[in-house]
Design a protein around this ligand. Structure first.
Ligand code: ADP
Ligand code: MG
Length: 248
């Protein structure tokens, strides 16, 4: 079953076409890695899925509900409901600095008012255990390492029980020795069959954890396939050149 169906996404900034007819589907339990050079439109594509960017044309359908259909957005109330199905993890964590770890996790579900306080607190405590930070529940983000912050950001995204998690270069702002702990949490989520789209420079992660890899360049999907296909026998010259540079 397709959780996200994307067809013919188009977006321009002035005269520059940043997304040119991007189309792909994400099925339940897929881990899709999106790779490609800086400026190829990866973030714009991901951000448009959660309505942080407005697209100029095309369609995005999430769990059967159109966020935007042939360039026309649905009603604001419905946009909110569709957004709630997706959790997003950013390169720079985007934690609320004035809230503790636990408060960061609980803020959105408390505002959504769909569950009792007890349920929310139970889940935040479970998720903090899961990411190995139960003992930091009362800490403020400034007291955490980058790797810890990103693990909290992942837990926060999971608090809303999303159908799919989106990651935009989750380890790019981290010192190399801290990327492993974040990739490990993501790998565990994949093993638990969380559906994910991961924009990443971590080719090792893409190879090992993703079941599909999409290579973007210059606002287009140039090539996509299984990690074995894409990494072992890329078909397109641009894919080959990019991989040659990245796998060195
Ligand atoms: P990537 O994530 O692959 O590095 P982006 O999606 O961030 O690429 O950017 C794609 C292109 O769009 C780049 O050329 C970038 O400079 C441009 N761009 C992104 N955001 C804006 C903006 N708000 N205004 C103008 N140009 C932008
Ligand atoms: Mg980017």
């Amino acid at each position: 079953m397709a959780i996200i169906e994307i067809s013919n996404l188009k977006k321009s900034y002035g005269k520059m076409d940043v997304l040119k007819n991007i189309s792909f589907d994400v099925n339940k339990n897929d881990v899709v890695a999106v790779i490609g050079p800086s400026g190829s439109g990866k973030s714009t594509m991901l951000r448009s899925l959660v309505h942080l960017e407005k697209i100029d044309g095309g369609s995005i359908c999430v769990s059967g509900n159109y966020l935007v259909r042939d360039g026309v957005y649905t009603k604001p109330q419905e946009i909110k409901q569709i957004n709630a199905k997706m959790g997003m993890v950013f390169q720079h964590f985007n934690l609320f600095p004035h809230l503790t770890v636990k408060e960061n996790l609980e803020l959105a579900p408390k505002m959504a008012k769909k569950e009792s306080l007890t349920e929310i607190q139970q889940r935040s405590s479970d998720l903090l255990k899961k990411i190995g930070l139960a003992d930091r529940a009362s800490a403020y983000p400034a007291k955490l390492s980058g790797g810890q912050k990103q693990r909290v950001a992942i837990a926060r995204a999971l608090m809303m029980n999303p159908d799919i998690l989106l990651f935009d270069e989750p380890t790019s702002a981290l010192d190399p020795e801290l990327t492993g702990e974040v990739l490990q949490v993501m790998k565990e989520l994949a093993q638990e069959h969380m559906t994910m789209i991961v924009v990443t420079h971590e080719m090792g992660f893409a190879k090992e954890v993703a079941n599909r890899v999409i290579f973007m360049d210059n606002g287009e999907i140039v090539e996509s396939g299984s990690p074995a296909e894409l990494f072992t026998s890329p078909q397109n010259e641009r894919t080959k050149a990019f991989l040659n540079r990245s796998l060195k």
